[in-house]
Design a protein around this ligand. Structure first.
Ligand code: AMP
Length: 190
């Protein structure tokens, strides 16, 4: 496919997928949806971004880690479900494995589980046992509960977390770190 910067679409979500190599203002392709999935939540919808600027999105995530760091990891662990899209895309690009972290009941046993707090109530994430060095990827960081539980889960499942990254840090909690490891992000809402 030839490189193009002429694709239409943008925030409406319509348009032709493109491969962008120069830095792109990804934020303008994210649509804010008030009161979704419930009242009081400002949902940052990355669907239009993925639809029209997927390659540029992966470019930006890929640049969060240097070549030495990429060479030291075996797999990308992605958190259900938008984290799958980003982690799997990066894994395919870099010739790495992909490991899913799923909501309870989706993966066949045996699985390792971790409970985590949600804004209202709690949830459980699950992972199959494995090993090796992973980068942990999700789409959005809000309270950090999902990412923290996922990082713990990777450890209990036998993986070693070597880096943490999200596409969007909502900056609700300041600097997120886990085990002295700072979170890296492409887009921030300061
Ligand atoms: P948290 O555990 O609070 O950091 O929430 C992170 C998870 O919830 C991510 O997997 C996101 O997909 C989702 N999420 C939380 N808040 C938002 C938001 N405002 N817009 C889009 N996704 C969100």
């Amino acid at each position: 496919m030839t490189k193009s910067s002429t694709a239409a679409g943008g925030a409406s979500g319509a348009g032709v997928p493109v491969r962008d190599t120069p830095p792109v203002d990804l934020k303008r392709f994210i649509v804010d949806v008030p009161d979704f999935p419930r009242s009081g939540i400002l949902f940052r919808d990355i669907t239009p971004l993925l639809c029209t600027r997927f390659a540029a999105t992966l470019d930006a995530l890929e640049r969060l880690f240097d070549e030495r760091e990429w060479s030291e990891i075996d797999a990308l662990a992605g958190i259900e479900s938008r984290g799958f899209v980003l982690a799997a895309g990066l894994a395919a690009r870099r010739g790495k494995g992909f490991v899913p972290i799923r909501k309870q009941g989706k993966l066949p046993p045996p699985v390792v589980s971790a409970a985590y707090a949600l804004e209202y109530g709690s949830g459980v994430l699950e992972m199959q046992r494995g090993g090796g060095e992973v980068l942990l990827i999700d789409d959005v960081l809000a309270t950090g509960g999902t990412l923290r539980a996922s990082a713990e889960l990777c450890g209990s499942a036998g993986y070693r977390v070597r880096g943490l990254a999200v596409l969007i840090d909502l900056r609700l909690i300041g600097e997120f770190t886990w085990n002295h490891m700072p979170l890296r992000s492409v887009i921030r809402y300061d």
